[in-house]
Design a protein around this ligand. Structure first.
Ligand SMILES: [Zn+2]
Length: 139
């Protein structure tokens, strides 16, 4: 696994500093923080746990979250159980969503018509953004 940034300060300036419990340890040259590859992996996991639960709360289904984040719906169900997440609203409304880059996002917001009626919510998704809008479920 390749690491890019110090998990403590975000610097890309670090040196190898021994092996601990069979894992490569690094020392950040900017902040002197010691970290292993495994530690950084855990941080990324937390990011996706938060995203998955956030999308779940916004009303997306397990399968939709699986498709968007590339995380097994079984993992997501386990996290929902583990953190005892309960959705407060009924299912008469279903969110629609788009994955946009920063430029597409600014275009979307430049048109007030896109926001009338329900507004929208934006969450970061890797190097893109996810825009969620609520509309009555059309089925
Ligand atoms: Zn650092």
């Amino acid at each position: 696994m390749k690491i890019d940034l110090c998990p403590n300060c975000g610097s890309d300036s670090y040196v190898k500093s021994g092996i601990v419990n069979d894992r490569q340890r690094y020392r950040c040259k900017s902040c002197n923080y010691y970290f292993t590859v495994n530690k950084l992996g855990k941080k990324i996991d937390d990011y996706y746990v938060n995203k998955a639960l956030q999308l779940y709360l916004e009303g997306l289904t397990y399968r939709e979250i699986e498709r968007i984040l590339g995380i097994s719906h079984v993992s997501i169900m386990n996290w929902v159980k583990k953190y005892n997440i309960k959705r407060p609203y009924n299912s008469a409304y279903h969110p629609t969503y788009k994955i946009l880059n920063a430029e597409e996002l600014s275009l979307f917001f430049s048109n007030a018509k896109n926001l009338s009626g329900a507004g929208a919510l934006v969450t970061e998704l890797g190097d893109k953004f996810m825009l969620i809008k609520w509309e009555r479920f059309k089925d």
